[in-house]
Design a binder for this molecule. Structure first.
Ligand code: BDR
Ligand code: CA
Length: 321
């Protein structure tokens, strides 16, 4: 099987960083570019953080493009409490050496997708969907040219993590999410219903720590940071608990779809109400043959962690890192 060409749009962010380490290490994926957006921390930091992760992963061949500094219509949000003030948890930030690509993220997305065969480029959106929405506005044919769009975003039965009914990425820029879900492209959404099933327990973090590479050490540091935040701010109901692993889920699905169950649906985003801003209304009563959206409902959590560990191990063996 040829590798899946992929653009990763993200706001690193500790779990974005884990997703990037997984994608950079996976032979099943060809990372064409990483594009960044303001989200967890401001845009200048998400762009720098993506370059730091790229450098640690030894993948300076992958271009990084900076993108939107703010949502389409609302003031920028932030989630520094869950990611550390600079966005990479306990990792000591440094000025990365790799360069930033020319032009804004939205242009890069349009160029990369329109230059390649129809349906061949997947886009993973791991932060607010501003960049992809801007790209769709810039190029009206983009939606029909895209391969699968996999997003971390949304909340349904599990409830929200920023308000009772909304998840951070969709809440931060609901107008952009509405553009993406309404565009007619195929979207697979990994909301809190499924990412809350994938928890970084002590044993799972220890398995990552046992891999001897710079990427694995940085991945483990992100997981440890989230573990501490979860313990301090959300709570620890059982001894075998862990922080949820959000952003790696869509990446894991691209590599091993069998690790997840998804259901065909139609997803609409609340943009008008202040109370339920960013809620994802998921309609399952659709014709599966024509439905363009899928909602992830179940995950093999141990399988996702095994995939991360095995992929990082294989990369370490290959590079001698
Ligand atoms: C999402 O919000 C961000 O804080 C995380 O990086 C993830 O993309 C989870 O709601
Ligand atoms: Ca994110």
């Amino acid at each position: 099987m040829p590798a899946q060409s992929l653009i990763i749009d993200c706001d690193p962010g500790v779990d974005d960083a884990v997703a990037l380490f997984l994608a950079f290490a996976a032979p099943e994926l060809e990372v064409l570019a990483v594009t960044t957006v303001a989200g967890n921390v401001p845009g200048r930091l998400t762009q720098r953080n993506a370059r730091i992760v790229r450098q640690i992963a030894g993948r300076e061949d992958a271009p990084v493009f900076g993108g939107a500094e703010r949502p389409l219509k609302r003031p920028p949000a932030g989630a520094g409490a869950f990611h550390g003030a600079e966005g990479l948890g306990d990792l000591e930030p440094f000025e990365p050496t790799g360069i930033v690509g020319d032009g804004p993220a939205a242009n890069a997305i349009v160029d990369l997708v329109m230059r390649r065969p129809e349906g061949s480029v997947a886009v993973a959106v791991l932060g607010p969907m501003t960049n992809l929405a801007l790209a769709m506005r810039r190029e009206r044919r983009l939606a029909e040219r895209l391969g699968p769009v996999v997003v971390m975003g949304g909340a349904r039965s599990e409830g929200g993590n920023i308000t009772p009914s909304a998840e951070f990425n969709v809440w931060a820029d609901p107008d952009a999410a509405a553009v993406v879900f309404g565009s007619g492209c195929d979207v697979v959404a990994f909301g809190l219903d499924v990412t809350h099933q994938v928890r970084a327990t002590e044993a799972r973090i220890a398995a990552v720590e046992a891999v001897d590479s710079a990427a694995a050490r940085a991945t483990a540091s992100m997981l440890r940071f989230s573990q501490r935040v979860e313990r301090d701010t959300v709570g620890w109901p059982t001894s075998d608990w862990g922080a949820p692993l959000h952003d790696p889920c869509p990446i894991a699905w691209l590599i091993r779809p069998e690790l997840f169950q998804t259901r065909p649906c139609r997803i609409e985003v609340e943009t008008a109400s202040d109370l339920t801003r960013g809620h994802t209304a998921v309609e399952f009563r659709v014709d599966p043959a024509t439905a363009r959206h899928r909602w992830a409902v179940a995950a093999d959590a141990q399988g996702v962690f095994d995939l991360i560990v095995e992929t990082l191990k294989d990369q370490a063996r290959g590079t001698g890192a």
